[in-house]
Design a protein around this ligand. Structure first.
Ligand SMILES: NC(=O)c1ccc[n+]([C@@H]2O[C@H](COP(=O)([O-])OP(=O)(O)OC[C@H]3O[C@@H](n4cnc5c(N)ncnc54)[C@H](OP(=O)(O)O)[C@@H]3O)[C@@H](O)[C@H]2O)c1
Length: 314
């Protein structure tokens, strides 16, 4: 498998550093973030996902320490193509802009290569093929080991990703935000190696978050504009999920991850905890992440498994 890192005990579980950067997902203590990364490494996680865009570079910088001591054994994936200008976000995925952003990432991470570099989002002003050619060039120059994409639509996958290429594609997918068509397109002719992101829908599907347990989000928390957080239908579905999970004494977050790992066409899952404790909860149930569907149904019961598969509309 091209995207595996040697020594990974949990090769399909990737750790994302976006929320650890402390911007947009509420406060995150930098010491907690560092402790979490070290804890994850000790537990056998080797794949770390970040982006220059996350928390204005702070999320990338969190990986400096791990990289300093373990560069040869960790897999660092970052992205380019989205940039901040003041409070606004812009697409910048021309070959020149991608090169500049890659150079900044290498500098921030204090490394001379990345294991994976991805187009963060297609730029409406730049043909996708041009952005991807730039990534191929970086690979030929030895600046990156693999190139990849994020957030392509099914049609774009079919048009731009070669057959049997196994290109990393980050896809937003979880029980309430489904991307079945995109996964299907990438699975055909083995075009993509799918990495599911926001498996917990930015924390909405975390533990203790039945509608009564949902925390009040701060003014600068961008999850305030996430429509799933404000939907009464989702809240009803969530309450039922928590009730069923409580009967089986399984944490909701672990269940949702098991659902994602088990989904057809999913190669890896990028989760984004903010504290060691949140990550420990998930790791306690790591046997779920490798289990076959029949075993999962046995463990959590038909009703709960079915509920996770019942799509809810906002
Ligand atoms: N390619 C892309 O366009 C793209 C887009 C988004 C993300 N990503 C990648 O995917 C990673 C994960 O995305 P995400 O941060 O949205 O993931 P997520 O795992 O869906 O949500 C993370 C949030 O969930 C809550 N949480 C985590 N573990 C929990 C647990 N055990 N119990 C309860 N709550 C828990 C935390 O928030 P609270 O504690 O505040 O509730 C945390 O900030 C990112 O770091 C990034 O690397 C990529």
């Amino acid at each position: 498998m091209p995207l595996q890192s040697e020594g990974a005990v949990l090769p399909r579980l990737w750790l994302g550093t976006w929320s650890m950067g402390g911007e947009g997902f509420g406060f995150c203590d930098a010491r907690d973030a560092q402790a979490l990364l070290e804890y994850a490494f000790k537990a056998g996680v080797r794949h770390f996902d970040t982006a220059g865009f996350y928390a204005h570079g702070k999320s990338e910088k969190l990986l400096i320490k791990l990289s300093k001591y373990h560069r040869g054994s960790i897999f660092i994936s970052s992205k380019g193509g989205l940039e901040w200008e003041g409070r606004n976000v812009f697409h910048r995925a021309s070959p020149e802009a991608l090169r500049q952003s890659l150079q900044q990432s290498l500098k921030r991470l204090r490394t001379d290569y990345l294991d994976l570099y991805q187009l963060h989002w297609p730029d409406p002003k730049v043909p996708i093929g041009e952005s991807l050619d730039a990534l191929r060039e970086f690979q030929q120059e030895g600046l990156i080991r693999h190139w990849g994409v994020c957030n392509l639509m099914a049609k774009q996958v079919e048009l731009h990703i070669p057959e049997f290429a196994g290109i990393a594609h980050q896809v937003h997918h979880n029980p309430i935000h489904r991307s079945d068509d995109i996964l299907q397109a990438g699975e055909q002719q083995a075009r993509c190696y799918h990495l599911v992101y926001s498996p917990l829908e930015q924390g909405l599907l975390g533990d203790g978050k039945s509608s009564s347990g949902l925390k009040v989000l701060g003014k600068k928390d961008f999850r305030r504009s996430n429509p799933y957080f404000n939907s009464s239908r989702i809240r009803l579905w969530l309450d039922e999920l928590h009730q069923l999970a409580e009967e089986k004494t399984v944490p909701v977050a672990a269940l949702v991850l098991a659902w994602a790992f088990n989904f057809r066409g999913v190669s890896g899952v990028i989760v984004g905890p903010k504290t060691p404790c949140q990550f420990q909860t998930l790791l306690r149930y790591q046997s779920f992440f490798q289990a076959e569907q029949a075993m999962l149904i046995k463990l959590c019961g038909q009703a709960l498994w079915q509920h996770l598969h019942n799509p809810v509309n906002i």
